[in-house]
Structure formats: C-alpha cells, structure tokens
Ligand binder design. Structure first.
Ligand SMILES: O=P(O)(O)O[C@H]1O[C@H](CO)[C@@H](O)[C@H]1O
Ligand SMILES: O=c1cc[nH]c(=O)[nH]1
Length: 246
C-alpha cells in the first residue's frame, strides 16, 4: 500500500518532479487553466493539489496556506514523495517605490523573520533559492515580457503587529523589495532537504498603500494583479520546461 502523507494526502505514486506552490487554494483553479489533462488530486485543510501537463511536461500544484509553518509541512511532505523542484507562486507587498501592482519579484534571498525557518536552522543560515531554477525563472520572465525585479524578500509571520509600519520602513531601508510569509521557510526547508526551490511574488500592494484594500481587490478583481498572477504562473511553468530540457 502506498504511504499517503498525513497533510497533503498525496503518495509517491502520484508525484511528479515539478511542483508549483501557491499559498491560496483558489489559485489552483487559475493554474489549471494553463495545463492540459488537469485533475484534482486531494484537498485537505489548506493543502489542495492538482496535476496536469504543461507543454508535455507533467507538473503538480499544491497550495501551502498562509505562513511558514504550513508551507514547511507542504515542502517536507512533497520532498518525501519525491518532488525535486518547487516554485512558489505567491503574492506580496512591495517595499520599494517604483515596483507596481502586477510586477513580479524573483526572489534571490529572503530575510528570515518567520518562526518556521528558525526552528530548522540558526538565523545566520541563508534562505536562498537554487541558482539554476532562479536563472530559469529570470529567462522565462524576460521571454514572456513580464515586468520583473530580482531581489530580496522579507518573510514574516503577521502584518497586523503594532509596529508594522516601522518594521516595513526598516527593511525598505535595507533594500528589501517585498514582503511575503512563506519564501524563507520554502528556501530553508527545501535547501536542507535537497530540493531545488525558487519564489516568484506578484505585487498586490504597492509600497505604503493600504494592505487590506489591495488584498481585497486582489481576491475579487480583474486587474493588474490578476495579470501579474497569470504571468507568474506562466513564468514558473516555462522555467520547469527549461529545467526539463536540462
Ligand atoms: O497569496 P499567497 O501566496 O498566500 O501569499 C501572501 O498572501 C498571504 C497573506 O495575504 C500570505 O500567504 C502571503 O505570503
Ligand atoms: O503586504 C503584503 C501583501 C501580501 N502578503 C504579505 O505578506 N504582505
């Protein structure tokens, strides 16, 4: 009997080497429209999964939910069933002026301001993507004509802290491009488990704008943010095609 992972509810028999990792389970519906032979595999808690093909290459997508803790569980269980490369398809807030809604941030390192990655390794251990996978994402984004920026993200555990404004200003001052909640955990856990990782973040809040307003319009609207999401999905899928070509 195939062992089924306790949270993602997937087994080795279902796994393919390449996986997209959105946070939001609903994003899988939009990923599915880019695939052929798309089928839902499982849906347990925040972990929803689909499988299909992109330009003939088998891929899966698994939602990680919000935060490093659940993302780390997804990465662990996916590594255990044989996944070799994972690209986060996330949303983020920009920390620098000039980065616009729907722009993509291709993360080349993450500030580990989350709890999950700290439970795996001291905070001086770097949260970095796989170089080849990041380069594949950069080439794909360029070919697709996506407005993209390569730089550092800060992964955190809550944006409702009393000092949020000051904390964001601090990291903006250090040149950090955007904030999300899962990239650091993905990079650290993936790195420790020998999985190639990358993270593409679609900007849904411009620097110093209202977080709630923009996240709300992201969930309902047809907009620059939705175009950004479509481009980040295609960028990741094209990167997997490049990886598959060797
Ligand atoms: O849209 P996703 O991929 O979930 O990413 C961002 O959105 C959520 C917060 O609204 C956090 O998970 C954050 O990292
Ligand atoms: O500002 C934002 C927007 C989305 N996700 C975050 O973590 N921060």
């Amino acid at each position: 009997m195939a062992e089924i992972m306790p949270h993602i509810k997937l087994s080795k028999e279902q796994a393919v080497p390449y996986v997209l990792l959105p946070g939001d389970p609903k994003r899988l519906d939009r990923i599915a429209t880019c695939l052929t032979e798309a089928e839902e595999l499982a849906y347990n808690r925040e972990f929803r999964s689909i499988k299909g093909k992109y330009r003939g290459v088998p891929v899966m997508a698994v939602s990680t939910g919000i935060g490093g803790a659940s993302a780390a569980i997804a990465v662990e269980e996916l590594a255990r069933i044989g996944v070799k490369a994972m690209i986060r398809i996330g949303s983020c807030g920009a920390l620098q002026k000039g980065i616009r809604l729907g722009d993509l941030i291709l993360v080349n390192g993450a500030v580990r301001d989350d709890g999950a990655s700290s439970s795996y390794a001291h905070s001086i251990y770097p949260a970095i993507p796989d170089t080849k996978l990041l380069l594949a994402c950069m080439e794909s984004a360029r070919e697709l004509g996506a407005r993209s920026h390569v730089g550092i993200a800060r992964s955190h555990d809550s944006f409702y802290i009393d000092e949020e404004k000051e904390v964001c200003a601090y990291w903006a001052g250090k040149g950090v491009m955007g904030s999300d909640m899962e990239t650091a955990a993905l990079f650290v856990v993936g790195g420790l488990r020998g999985v190639k990782t990358a993270s593409i973040l679609n900007v849904v809040v411009e620097s110093e704008e209202s977080l709630e307003d923009n996240i709300n319009s992201y969930t309902v609207g047809e907009s620059a943010m939705m175009r950004g999401e479509h481009l980040e999905i295609l960028t990741a899928l094209e990167a997997f095609v490049r990886m598959n070509q060797g």
